[in-house]
Design a protein. Structure first.
Length: 225
């Protein structure tokens, strides 16, 4: 049985074994979260050199409400109508070099600096998305000396939790029928584990042993089928 299946939550057909790689990523997401919501921390002004998986997860599960625009990144954070530039104008975003991704909203809006960041080849689609982005940006008004606020989209309190960050990395996994019911029964653990193996088709039936060359025929010794 693949380790990936074992590490899924039980309701997704796994055994609930902690995936250390995913747990490590979930814990490291806490640093960019604290950097955004705790600007008073002494290490907050240091350059951000996070891992791509960590930063990508943070961008997906957080939404910024812009005030001064000094903590929100113009190109990568979700701050325009609850979405990011990469969702509203993907062609425009693709035309911006990575060196500009760390530009804050306050820096980008000053003298329309964000327009000069677009250096990729021009196309009709890019122009159409640029006009749409301009209209969205025109509706943004900064409030100096008022910090931006960030919301964690995975919890009702809108605050970061390690459990919610860990669970977010299983989004998109299918839910096998009856996976969650197996563990709610009063059967002994060995019986529950047997049903879990049967759910994934991993029981060593006569047919499977025959396919692996472990016996001469695939008929059941009980029902002869």
């Amino acid at each position: 049985m693949a380790c990936l299946v074992c590490c899924r939550p039980r309701e997704l057909g796994g055994l609930g074994v902690a995936d250390l790689r995913r747990a490590r990523t979930a814990l490291r997401v806490r640093w960019p979260w604290l950097r955004r919501v705790g600007q008073a921390r002494s290490w907050a002004p240091l350059p951000e050199q996070g891992e791509k998986a960590v930063l990508d997860l943070f961008k997906v599960v957080t939404t910024s409400t812009v005030a001064s625009g000094e903590s929100t990144f113009f190109w990568v954070n979700c701050w325009l109508q609850g979405s990011g530039v990469c969702q509203l104008a993907p062609t425009v975003f693709a035309a911006v070099p990575k060196r500009h991704w760390g530009t804050t909203v306050a820096e980008a809006l000053q003298d329309f600096a964000w327009v000069r960041h677009i250096t990729g080849p021009r196309s009709l689609r890019l122009v159409a998305e640029f006009v749409q982005l301009c209209r969205a940006v025109e509706q943004v008004y900064l409030t100096p000396e008022t910090p931006d606020t960030f919301s964690w989209n995975l919890t009702s309190s809108q605050r970061y939790t390690t459990a919610s960050a860990y669970g977010a990395m299983f989004f998109g996994c299918s839910k096998p029928l009856g996976a969650a019911l197996i563990w709610k029964t009063s059967a002994p653990p060995r019986v529950k584990f047997f049903f879990w193996l049967a759910l994934h088709g991993k029981c060593w039936t006569a047919d499977r042993r025959w396919r692996h060359g472990l016996q001469d025929q695939n008929s059941c010794i009980i029902c002869d089928q």
